[in-house]
Design a protein around this ligand. Structure first.
Ligand SMILES: Cc1cc2nc3c(=O)[nH]c(=O)nc-3n(C[C@H](O)[C@H](O)[C@H](O)COP(=O)(O)OP(=O)(O)OC[C@H]3O[C@@H](n4cnc5c(N)ncnc54)[C@H](O)[C@@H]3O)c2cc1C
Length: 411
């Protein structure tokens, strides 16, 4: 395949891992990795955690500086793909250069959603996606400024935790009653609310923001009804939008991301998509699933790369993510959209427990909090799709590995 050119649009974790895999798999053609950002590919999770707090030694790069040249990967940083010409199999880059491709991977990720209230463009209203965003927030945190986060999803909650750990006065405003309610539900969300309020964060649920006030820079956030919370800076964490614009422009099917099949192939032949931007048909779940998490980028990228090389490998991993807030670390596996109950193994008050989301006595998701090395077992329970006896599920004396053993064989 030495005469072939594979172009990857987006030099985030997905793009970097796809390029790496192409070489690992022996592809000897041209690999061009095009990224709009100035930095070489880096990992984003530290940007709301140790990197934000100034505790990281270095930028969290995916590969060391010599990796791309050593692997003959043409990394074009600070370069945007402006257009795809599918008929000519070319992409147009900023500056006018065009590149012919035999296969194209769209790894364009996602970008923070904005809020449209008066004052949303004041100095001090920030979002978090890039290294520069994280450094801008860190500057405010280091100055000891008062922070209001709008939204208590993962980004809002982690930024709040990091800022609080660095001594800032922090208020979280959230439309739902508790943090993280959309993914975790009310019960687990309440645990996360308490984790924050125990640290001295003010959490205000059921709060709609009407305006951000200030002359040229942020002075306060005004809630519907008129109540004001004074602030020096605001971090807006109200979700992300998948970056589908290149695909939309040429009629590739999109809906909440770029639609791909289980092989991560888009509706256009030879064009694949993976990572945050891909809304992928999932062989285990049936419908499409778009996952905005690190592990999905890490694992989908190699599958996309292999399929660009002509393998027909389906991507069927159970979604997984992690979060660290204060001294509370968690991992979540599964994709629960409906459940009958949440069952706890261990006492949630102790902040060392496993929560299982159950639907018709089957485990559809699990979250281990300050309990480690259980993710594989939780994923096996989900994948097995079997009804599990509740008493055994919540009993810490029954090893997770034994839950799928036929009853009676448990020691
Ligand atoms: C602050 C933060 C903390 C996070 N923490 C966690 C965590 O704790 N756990 C977890 O599981 N996940 C976490 N995530 C999510 C995880 O980082 C993402 O799922 C992952 O970054 C997705 O990788 P990606 O390569 O698909 O997309 P991205 O990381 O968004 O990368 C896409 C890249 O493509 C570039 N691009 C877009 N369009 C073009 C174009 N036309 N031309 C050229 N380049 C283009 C963008 O500039 C960007 O650099 C976090 C994310 C953030 C922002």
């Amino acid at each position: 395949m030495a005469d072939q050119t594979f172009v990857i649009v987006g030099a985030g974790l997905t793009g970097a891992k796809a390029a790496e895999t192409l070489r690992d798999e022996g592809f000897d053609g041209r690999v061009v990795l095009v990224g709009a950002e100035a930095d070489r590919p880096y990992e984003r999770p530290p940007l709301s955690k140790d990197y934000l707090r100034g505790e990281a030694d270095a930028k969290p790069y995916v590969h060391d500086g010599t990796f791309y040249a050593e692997h003959d990967i043409e990394l074009r940083t600070s370069t945007t793909v402006e257009r795809i010409d599918p008929a000519a199999s070319k992409v147009a880059l900023t500056g006018g250069e065009t590149l012919r491709f035999d296969r194209l991977l769209l790894a364009t990720g996602a970008q923070p959603r904005r809020i449209s209230v008066p004052g949303a463009d004041l100095d001090g209203v920030l979002t978090l996606r890039t290294i520069e965003d994280s450094e801008a927030i860190r500057e405010r945190v280091d100055a000891g400024d008062r922070l209001v986060t709008i939204g208590a999803g993962w980004i809002g909650a982690e930024v709040a935790a990091s800022a609080r750990q660095r001594g800032c006065e922090v208020t979280i405003l959230e439309m739902a009653e508790v943090p993280l309610e959309r993914v975790l539900g009310a019960e687990l969300g309440a645990i996360y609310r308490d984790i924050h309020t125990d640290q001295g964060v003010q959490f205000i649920g059921g709060a709609a923001v009407e305006a951000i006030e200030g002359d040229s820079k942020v002075a306060a956030v005004r809630r519907t009804g008129g109540r004001r919370i004074e602030a020096d800076f605001v971090v807006v964490g109200v979700g992300v939008e998948p970056r589908t614009e290149l695909a939309d422009a040429i009629g590739i099917a999109t809906e909440n991301g770029i639609l791909v099949d289980e092989h991560l192939q888009t509706s256009a032949p030879g064009i694949f998509a993976a990572g945050d931007v891909a809304n992928a048909r999932h062989p285990f779940y049936g419908p499409r699933v778009r996952v905005e998490h690190w592990a999905n980028a890490l694992h989908q990228a190699p599958v996309a790369a292999r399929n660009m090389l002509g393998r027909a490998q389906p991507y069927d991993r159970i979604p997984y993510f992690f979060s660290d807030q204060y001294d509370v670390g968690m991992e979540y596996a599964g994709y629960a959209t409906a459940w009958d109950e949440v069952a706890f193994r261990g006492d949630p008050e102790s902040r060392e427990f496993i929560a299982f989301w159950r639907l018709d006595k089957r485990v559809v998701a699990g979250m281990n909090v300050n309990v480690w090395e259980v993710t594989d077992h939780i994923q096996e329970l989900i994948r097995a799709g079997r009804q599990i006896d509740r008493r055994r599920l919540v009993d810490p004396d029954v090893p997770l590995a034994d839950l799928l053993a036929p009853s009676g064989s448990t020691p």
